[in-house]
Design a protein around this ligand. Structure first.
Ligand code: NGS
Length: 348
C-alpha cells in the first residue's frame, strides 16, 4: 500500500516536470527573469558611466569658468563717486516669476560679454541710482562647477534687476578637510566685511535658483529665511525651524549670535543650530510669502549626513560664545578675483 503511494507521488512529480518543460509559460518566465537580471546589470553600469561623465563635465566647466582672470574685467574701486539719488524701493526692472533655465549648455564667453558691467570679483553697482543696500552673497562651495556656472549666469541679471549693489563670494575649503558649511560662511562673512562695508550678508547654497525677482535680496530688522518654497519640497516649507538654503542677516545680527557654529563637519544641522541661536536671543525669523520665495534646486547626489549632528545640536547653546565667528582661526590658501565672482580657498 505504502509502496504504491510512493510510486504515485514520484509519477506525479515526473509528470509535473514534463508538463513544466513543455509549458510556454515556463519559458516566458525564464525570459522575464533574464531580462530582469540584465536590466540590473545595465543600470549599474550606466550609473558608473554617469559618474565618470559627471567628473569629466565638472573638470571641463571648472576650466571654462576659472580660465578668465582680472585682465578681462574692470577693477572695482569702493570710493568711486556714485549717483546721489537713491534707487526706488521697488525697481522698475522687475519681471516677476520666471522658471530658471537650468541648462549648462551655454558659452561662458557669452556670459562674460553679457555681464561686462560687473566689476572684477563679481561686484556690481547700478549706474543710474544709489542702491538702497550693499549686499554680499556668500556661497559655500566644493566641487560643484556645473552648478556654479548655472548659478552665476542666473544670479547676476536677477540681482541687477533689483538695482542692488552687491559682491559675490565663493568660498571653498582645503580638499583634505571635511566640508563645513557653517565654518565657510563664517569665514566668507569675515573676509567680505574686511573688504567692504556691506549692509547685508546672504548665505546662499549654490544649487538654489530664485524664481521670482520680487524676492528681494536685502536684509531687514529681523534675520530672514528666504528659501521658503523649494521645488524639491513641492514648494512647501518642510519645517518651521528651517534656516538653511538661502538666508540673510546684517552684520550686527551675525555678530550678536556669534555667527554659525564651526563644529558641523559634513552635511546637516548647522542651519538648525543657527535657528537655535536666534531663538536663544529672542530674534524672530522673518519669512516672505511662499508664492514669492520660490526656488528651483539643481539636482545632485545627497552628501553623507554628519552622524553627530543631533548631538551637536542638543549641546549647541552651551558652546554658543566659544564656537562661532569670533572664535575662528583659518588661513587663506588662494584668493582670485574672477570677472563674475571672488573665489577663496581656505585651510585651518
Ligand atoms: C534637515 C537638516 C538641515 C537641512 C534640512 C533641509 O534635516 O540641516 O534638513 O535639507 N537638519 C539636520 O540634519 C539636523 S534639504 O532637504 O533642503 O537638503 O537644511
Amino acid at each position: 500500500m505504502e509502496l504504491s503511494n510512493i510510486t504515485l507521488t514520484k509519477r506525479k512529480k515526473i509528470s509535473f516536470c514534463k508538463r513544466l518543460l513543455v509549458s510556454p509559460r515556463f519559458y516566458f518566465g525564464c525570459v522575464v527573469f533574464q531580462v530582469f537580471i540584465l536590466a540590473i546589470f545595465v543600470t549599474k553600469k550606466n550609473t558608473n558611466n554617469g559618474d565618470v561623465m559627471l567628473v569629466i563635465k565638472e573638470r571641463k566647466i571648472q576650466e571654462e569658468i576659472f580660465n578668465n582672470t582680472v585682465e578681462n574685467c574692470l577693477l572695482f574701486n569702493t570710493s568711486e563717486p556714485q549717483p546721489k539719488i537713491e534707487c526706488p524701493i521697488i525697481s522698475p526692472y522687475l519681471i516677476g516669476h520666471k522658471k530658471p533655465d537650468i541648462s549648462d549648455e551655454f558659452s561662458w564667453e557669452d556670459t562674460l560679454q553679457k555681464y561686462s558691467s560687473v566689476r572684477c570679483g563679481g561686484h556690481f553697482r547700478p549706474s543710474n541710482c544709489k542702491a538702497r543696500q550693499k549686499v554680499a552673497l556668500l556661497i559655500p562651495f566644493r566641487n560643484r562647477y556645473v552648478h556654479l556656472k548655472i548659478f552665476i549666469n542666473h544670479i547676476h541679471p536677477f540681482l541687477m534687476r533689483q538695482q542692488l549693489e552687491y559682491g559675490i563670494y565663493i568660498i571653498d575649503l582645503d580638499d583634505e578637510i571635511q566640508f563645513n558649511r557653517g565654518l565657510l560662511l563664517n569665514v566668507a562673512f569675515l573676509e567680505a566685511s574686511k573688504e567692504y562695508d556691506y549692509d547685508c550678508y546672504i548665505f546662499h547654497d549654490v544649487d538654489l535658483l530664485p524664481e521670482n525677482d520680487y524676492n528681494f535680496y536685502r536684509c531687514s530688522d529681523l534675520p530672514r529665511h528666504m528659501s521658503v518654497a523649494v521645488d524639491k519640497h513641492n514648494y512647501k516649507l518642510p519645517y518651521v525651524e528651517l534656516f538653511g538654503g538661502v538666508s540673510a542677516m546684517t552684520k550686527d545680527q551675525i555678530l550678536f549670535v556669534n555667527g554659525f557654529s564651526n563644529k558641523y563637519s559634513g552635511w546637516g544641522g548647522e542651519d538648525d543650530d543657527m535657528y537655535n541661536r536666534l531663538e536663544f536671543y529672542h530674534m524672530t525669523v522673518f519669512r516672505s510669502m511662499e508664492d514669492i520665495s520660490r526656488y528651483t534646486m539643481l539636482k545632485h547626489a545627497q552628501s553623507p549626513p554628519n552622524p553627530n549632528r543631533f548631538k551637536l545640536k542638543s549641546t549647541g547653546m552651551k558652546r554658543l560664545r566659544q564656537d562661532g565667528v569670533k572664535n575662528l582661526k583659518y588661513k587663506i590658501m588662494k584668493r582670485t578675483d574672477y570677472p563674475l565672482f571672488t573665489y577663496m580657498k581656505i585651510t585651518l
